[in-house]
Design a protein around this ligand. Structure first.
Ligand code: MRU
Length: 328
């Protein structure tokens, strides 16, 4: 995996050979983004299967369950991680021999990785229909190739529009505190030759008020059956601003991001370390011994969302009905 904490200054590839290393990489945001941590988790379980010294099927399943717990506990908000781990565990539990389990978990992880690319390309294809030539799209955080296996969800829509010959420019919000927008989104768009301007998060109202963008497209970490969207902190305020300025606000996400079982209050919003807020890199930007609130995600209610772009098509309000139909 690419060490995303080192971007954009250093492009460093990290090799994990133990599931605990994968869990640490997810926890430390070496790898981040809902679909990327799903697939990383699945490969983490594959490593756990290869590491195991179990001599019976039951022992191996027990080792895998322990590894599943370790990987699951790394980050609580994106549902894709538990979805991917569950898929691998289910494939393991249908096997009758140790060898078959080991082969099956690796096969399932490979399938999840390959499916993710195809899914993102389908999201891109549907989403690109929403974009005209010469559109300027605001995005938040990083929902691109780095956050997935490849291509991206929100940025997949941009890539797909570009592949169709449309000229699209991106306004990327910096995304404080840890700057996934300026460090990662700007990095990968520049890499692909897609024009991008970075703005401080505080300029979002200025940009919308001055009609400098036509649409907002963001990714998601979890979407409930009601259409409530959990995504990077700051998404909610962008959705409110977009509504106020009558700018369409879209969410691009695969079906693996949907959680049809929980209500908004059931979901744990990850709270991250205070030093992400009180410093940038090694530079302190706030006095010592102050209080800090540092939630990693927020909830955007369905009435602020113009549409959700999935690999099965674009759904619109009322989301409880359109999501039910999508899964039926
Ligand atoms: O804390 P992060 O960087 O993992 O948060 C990522 C996001 O919020 C993304 O928008 C989301 O995971 C979708 S990625 C396709």
């Amino acid at each position: 995996m690419i060490d995303q904490t080192k971007l954009p200054n250093n492009l460093i590839f990290v090799k994990c050979t133990k599931h605990v290393e994968v869990a640490n990489a997810i926890k430390k945001l070496v790898i981040r983004g809902a679909p990327a941590i799903c697939v990383a988790g699945a490969y983490g379980l594959s490593l756990a299967a290869l590491e195991s010294k179990a001599t019976t099927v039951n022992e191996l399943i027990h080792d895998l369950e322990n590894a599943q717990k370790t990987l699951f506990e790394t980050r609580p908000t994106a549902v894709n991680l538990s979805w991917g781990l569950e898929k691998v565990m289910n494939s393991a539990k249908t096997c009758c021999t140790i060898n078959d389990i080991k082969k099956s978990v690796i096969r399932t992880a490979n399938k999840l990785a390959n499916d993710d690319v195809a899914t993102n390309m389908a999201i891109g294809k549907y989403g690109s229909e929403l974009l005209d030539d010469n559109e300027i799209v605001m995005t938040h955080c990083n929902a691109g190739a780095l956050a997935t296996v490849s291509y991206g969800t929100a940025l997949g829509v941009i890539r797909s529009a570009k592949d169709l010959g449309k000229k699209v420019k991106v306004i990327a919000t910096e995304t404080r505190p840890i700057q996934q927008g300026s460090r990662l989104t700007a990095f990968e768009l520049k890499h692909d030759g897609i024009e991008v301007d970075v703005i401080p998060d505080t300029a979002a109202g200025y940009v919308m008020g001055n009609k400098l963008i036509n649409k907002v497209i963001v990714g998601a970490d979890r979407i409930l059956s009601t259409g409530h969207v959990f995504n990077k902190i700051g998404t909610y305020q962008l959705a409110i601003l977009a509504k106020y300025h009558e700018i369409p606000f879209y969410v691009a996400a695969p079906l693996s991001t949907f959680d049809l079982n929980n209500k908004p209050d059931d979901i744990i919003i990850e709270q991250r370390n205070a030093n992400e807020v009180t410093s940038i890199g090694n530079q302190k930007t706030a006095p010592d011994d102050i209080g800090v609130i540092n939630p990693a995600f927020d909830i955007t209610p369905p009435y602020l969302i113009s549409g959700i772009i999935t690999e099965k098509g674009i759904i619109i309000q009322p989301y409880d009905a359109s999501i039910k139909k999508l899964f039926d």
